[in-house]
Design a protein around this ligand. Sequence first.
Ligand code: GLV
Ligand code: GLV
Length: 325
Amino acid sequence: MHRPHIFVTRTIPSEGIELLKEHCTVEVSPHDRPLTREELFAGAKDADGILSLLTDRIDSEFFRQAPGIRGVANYAVGYDNIDLAEALRRGVPVSNTPGVLTDATAEMAWALLFSACRRVTESDRLMKSGMWKGWGPMQFIGADVTGATLGIIGAGRIGTAMALKSRGFSMKVLYADAFRNSTLEDTLGAQQVSVEELLAQSDFVSVHVPLMESTRHLLDRQAFGSMKRSAYLINTARGPIINEADLTAALRDGEIAGAGLDVYEFEPKAVDGLSELPNVVMTPHTASATISSRTGMAMKAASNLIAMVTGQRAADCVNPEVYQG
Ligand code: GLV
Ligand code: GLV
């Protein structure tokens, strides 16, 4: 039988590659960096399946250049880098990696929340500069977490995990989502509210919606204007959900107290002025970067891809309509 040929666009944990090799011929990009369009097309040209990253744009041009592709396994839970409509039109199944990075991402949201409100990175910079002059009653005053109001925008897997981890801090939890979340309501007494109400009432707003046309720039100058001046914004979802220039202005002008960001509108760049602000804590899209998450993502992407190129149904298919055709 023909062994399916797989192109992996960048090195991932070896467990995933080993699993793929049991069933397929595997080519891994030799470059430890995002591929150029030409490199992506050249690698995928004769492939049956591709293991893609969120930095690879999988669009109609890609499918034209790689006509043999029978499956796209994205190494991420988000899949806004993939033109799903085009994949569906061509009957190509696409998968993601849900579940294995839920806690890691929620934990990073908490890390950013605490770093921002207790000014951890600002303090770290002072200590390392050797300029600390000793204890002072007015130094690095931040905000309390215990008893504060946490607002979760998008109560899916990750938003739910973020909210559930607030139990140790006796927080009031609000969430905005199209669906009711009975886990949050029953466990935390959380209340479902509109985005507007959530913004107005929360001390901490954490974003967990996927990037779609309806969520692009969901948070803009008007949204920041409606938040408390003492509030913090946390984003571990996707950068373009926030108008980053507006956020930079809001942080600079003190419309909100601070932000913790793992994702950016124009990765790998941040908009001008953002990184100079003292009240923003920034990490380089590493919320899922733990050993178990990344290994889990590699195993999921590999098993989904094996299923797709051998004509079986992928467990984490995000366009299951392809199977109805
Ligand atoms: C990372 O951003 C992911 O979507 O998994
Ligand atoms: C993603 O995994 C989510 O549902 O939040």
